[in-house]
Design a protein around this ligand. Structure first.
Ligand code: BTN
Length: 239
C-alpha cells in the first residue's frame, strides 16, 4: 500500500473522503497523521488525536466492503497488539473497540464512499497520559506497559498482516476468524443492555454472526444487532 504522511490534518477519514470525492486515489493508500485537529469517532463523536498516537485511514478504491470489515480489522489489530505485547489483557469489544483490561485503547471507523472503502484506525500508543475527559475510559500502550513503541514499525507490521489476511476475509468472510474472535470477545457471556435508536434491549451476549452482528439471548430467543449506540455491562453471568 502507498503511504502518505501528514504532520497535521483535521481527520484522516475526512482527508480520505476529500481525495475520493476529487478522484485523486487510484491505488490502495494509507493516510497517516501525527496529529488530527478534528478526529472523528463513532456516532460523530470527537476523537482526541494528540501526538504519540497512531491515527490513520486505509483507502481501497474499487471496493465496497460490508460492515463486518470492522470486526475483521479489529481482529488483525488485536493480533498485532498481542505480537508486541504478548501477555497483555487485550480484548475485542463489539463493534469496534480494542480494550486493555476495561479501558479503550483503540477504535475503528469504517465506511464506504462512492466506489471506495475507508477504514480509519485510532490507537493510543505513546501518550504519557490521557486527557482528563477520557482518562477513566481510555488508555495508551505506554500508560499500561511503561514501554515506548515505535509507531512506524507498528504500522508497517499491521499493514502487512492486514494485506496478508484481507484475501482470506474477502473469500471466506468472518467464518475463518470466528474462533479467534470468540477467544478475545470482551462481551461474551456478559449480561448487557444495548441502546439502539432510542430502544433498549437487555440480554446475554453470546457471540457474533457471520455478518458481524452481535447476538443477544433475550428470553430464550436470539436477537441480532447490526449496530448499537450504547452498550452497558449489567453483570457477568456464568451460564
Ligand atoms: C471510535 O469511535 O471508536 C472510532 C475511532 C476512530 C478514530 C480514527 S483515528 C484515524 C481516523 N480518522 C478519524 O477522524 N477517525 C479515525
Amino acid at each position: 500500500m502507498k503511504i502518505k504522511f501528514y504532520n497535521k490534518t483535521d481527520s484522516t477519514n475526512l482527508e480520505a473522503k476529500r481525495l475520493i470525492n476529487s478522484d485523486k486515489i487510484f491505488n490502495d493508500t494509507v493516510l497517516v497523521a501525527k496529529i488530527q485537529t478534528s478526529g472523528i469517532g463513532r456516532l460523530n463523536r470527537e476523537w482526541i488525536s494528540t501526538k504519540g498516537g497512531l491515527w490513520f485511514t486505509m483507502v481501497f478504491p474499487n471496493q465496497n466492503f460490508n460492515s463486518s470489515v470492522t470486526i475483521f480489522t479489529s481482529i488483525i489489530l488485536h493480533k498485532i497488539l498481542l505480537y508486541f505485547f504478548p501477555d497483555a489483557p487485550l480484548m475485542i469489544k463489539w463493534p469496534n473497540d480494542i480494550l486493555w483490561n476495561r479501558k479503550k485503547l483503540a477504535g475503528i471507523l469504517c465506511s464506504n464512499l462512492r466506489n471506495s472503502s475507508i477504514i480509519g484506525i485510532g490507537l493510543n500508543i505513546n501518550q504519557k497520559m490521557m486527557p482528563k475527559e477520557i482518562d477513566e475510559l481510555a488508555t495508551s500502550l505506554y500508560i499500561e506497559s511503561n514501554k515506548k513503541t515505535k509507531i512506524k514499525k507498528f504500522l508497517q507490521i499491521l499493514l502487512e498482516q492486514f494485506e496478508n489476511e484481507l484475501q482470506i476475509y474477502l473469500n471466506e468472510g468472518l467464518h475463518f476468524f470466528k474462533s479467534y474472535y470468540k477467544k478475545y470477545d470482551y462481551l461474551y457471556g456478559k449480561s448487557i443492555s444495548i441502546n439502539i435508536h432510542k430502544n433498549k434491549w437487555n440480554g446475554k451476549a453470546i457471540g457474533i454472526s457471520e455478518k458481524g452482528e452481535l447476538i443477544l439471548r433475550i428470553d430464550n430467543k436470539e436477537k441480532k444487532f447490526l449496530s448499537a449506540d450504547k452498550i452497558d455491562i449489567l453483570g457477568e453471568l456464568v451460564n
